[in-house]
Design a protein around this ligand. Structure first.
Ligand code: G3H
Ligand code: 13P
Ligand code: ZN
Length: 313
């Protein structure tokens, strides 16, 4: 099966009340771990590439690795640009075979965001087959591509803007800010995790049937943080989004749930444990193999217990 856009995936996910996992990919083992889990559970997938990932692994390597995963799995997979920051970057990945892009104008003024998003939509929708476009309104706290967004700069999405934004830009899905944030430190120690479901409900009411995206949606699985600290790491208290909240969002208008930090934690915890147990080993296959398996196990858990996308391919 060739790469697909997110259009059909999101339509089905909205109708059936589940969400598609959008996992960030940077290398072969990450792609293999994610896609082997999805294959075993017959789940659709979004594999997403940040500008940083593209710089690290190169466009061609990532596209070819994802093409290999398509051959191995025969699943509906969308190859998506995560946090595109310019028309030129979006155009470049579209021309290079991506089937979906995010244009992140969330740091711009409202009118600038409308103008930039519209420009990307015009290009993406002129392709055959059409490339889908995710936009963002509101701003998440946290770190992406080494740019830190402080709590003061972050802002919840204003529901009263969403109808005008979607109508004027023609975007296919919308990322909103309801209290999730990027990275492993989403809530302060002692703070009770909370999301603004009232904003999500208001957005859903204003945009019936329209797919919503949650960034910063890792649960920061405690088992991995504990393992990292047990085996020589030094992570301060790290708190993520509780799974029950993600399940609730997936049953609502949220059709795409972004996960990167949980992949990083699974991989790092497993490699740290491996070297603790096997200090003399130095063959990369010996520690990357278990790391790949830990990613597969974690993704299986997400598909079955958070996203509900099993048997939806
Ligand atoms: O939202 C950001 C993702 O976690 C990607 O992170 O830009 O460091 O690759 P990155
Ligand atoms: P996490 O840092 O919570 O995994 O979020 C990833 C993300 O939103 C990628 O765009
Ligand atoms: Zn993000």
């Amino acid at each position: 099966m060739p790469l697909v856009s997110t259009k059909d995936m999101f339509r089905k996910a909205y109708e059936d009340g589940y969400a598609i996992g959008a996992f960030n990919v940077n290398n072969m083992e990450i792609i293999q771990g994610i896609t082997s889990a999805a294959k075993a559970l017959n789940s659709p997938l979004i594999l997403q590439v940040s500008a940083g990932a593209r710089k690290y692994a190169s466009h061609t390597y990532l596209v070819k690795l994802v093409e290999a995963a398509l051959i191995e799995t025969d699943l509906p997979i969308a190859l998506h640009l995560d946090h595109g920051d310019s028309f030129e970057l979006c155009k470049s990945v579209i021309d290079g075979g991506f089937t979906s892009v995010m244009i992140d104008g969330s740091h711009l003024t409202y009118e600038e965001n409308v103008a930039l998003t519209s420009q990307v939509v015009e290009y993406a929708h002129s392709r055959s087959p059409e490339v889908t476009v995710e936009a963002e309104l509101g701003r998440l706290e946290g770190v992406e591509d080494d740019i830190a967004v402080s709590a003061e700069e972050a802002s919840y999405t204003k529901p009263e803007q969403v109808e005008d934004f979607v109508k004027r830009t023609g975007c296919d899905s919308l990322a909103i800010a309801i209290g999730t944030s990027h990275g492993a430190y989403k809530f302060k120690p002692g703070q009770k995790p909370a999301l603004r479901f009232d904003i999500l409900k208001d957005v859903e009411r204003r945009l019936p049937g329209f797919p919503i995206v949650l960034h910063g949606a890792s649960s920061v699985i405690p088992e991995f943080v504990q393992k990292i600290n047990e085996f020589g790491g030094k992570m301060p208290d790290a708190i993520g989004i509780p799974e029950a909240m993600l399940r609730e969002a997936a049953g609502m208008a949220v059709c795409k749930i972004n996960i990167d930090s949980d992949l990083r934690l699974a991989m790092t915890a497993t490699i740290r444990e491996y070297f603790h147990d096997n200090p003399g080993h130095f063959d990369p296959r010996q520690y990357l193999g278990p790391a790949r398996q830990a990613i597969a196990d974690m993704v299986s858990h997400k598909i079955l217990h958070v996203l509900g996308s099993d048997n939806k391919a």
